[in-house]
Write a new protein. Structure first.
Length: 146
């Protein structure tokens, strides 16, 4: 994983050039956000909500997956969406991409804004592995293969 600063959600550095396990240290300056680049099998399911634009990704989540989503590390985003962190246990390649359903996936090829206090490294134990049911749903939305 890597963490780095963003301004208006845009990285202020070439974050892909940062060595693995490089972390921003210290207090995030006012006007900036901390971003985390998941690595390995870590993924972030980014559910978007924006009432002004009529977005609500939660409408597209199967009800039977909600308990699993809320059991892992998660936090509210600035427009009442949510980031759900998982360790992906499936075997299909996943894309760092949008689904068209106001749900995005962030993988080792992307990043998510960290809206929590504290260091991601202190929260890794809160990240759960995906179930087979969660894998099927994620793969349906974000895999490049059938």
């Amino acid at each position: 994983m890597r963490s780095f600063l963003c301004k208006n959600k845009a990285p202020i550095c070439k974050w892909g050039m940062l060595p693995e396990n490089t972390y921003f240290e210290g207090k995030v300056p006012e006007g900036y956000q901390l971003a985390i680049n998941p690595s390995g099998n870590y993924i972030v399911i980014d559910v978007d909500v924006n009432e002004e634009k009529g977005k609500d990704g939660f409408k597209h989540i199967p009800i039977e997956l909600l308990e699993e989503l809320y059991s892992t590390l998660n936090y509210k985003t600035k427009r009442n969406g949510r980031h759900f962190w998982f360790k992906y246990t499936g075997n299909k390649p996943l894309g760092n991409k949008t689904s068209g359903l106001d749900i995005d996936l962030r993988t080792k090829n992307g990043y998510a804004i960290w809206y929590r206090e504290g260091d991601i490294r202190d929260c890794l134990h809160l990240i759960k592995e995906t179930s087979n049911e969660m894998n099927l749903w994620i793969e349906k939305l974000f895999s490049y293969v059938d």
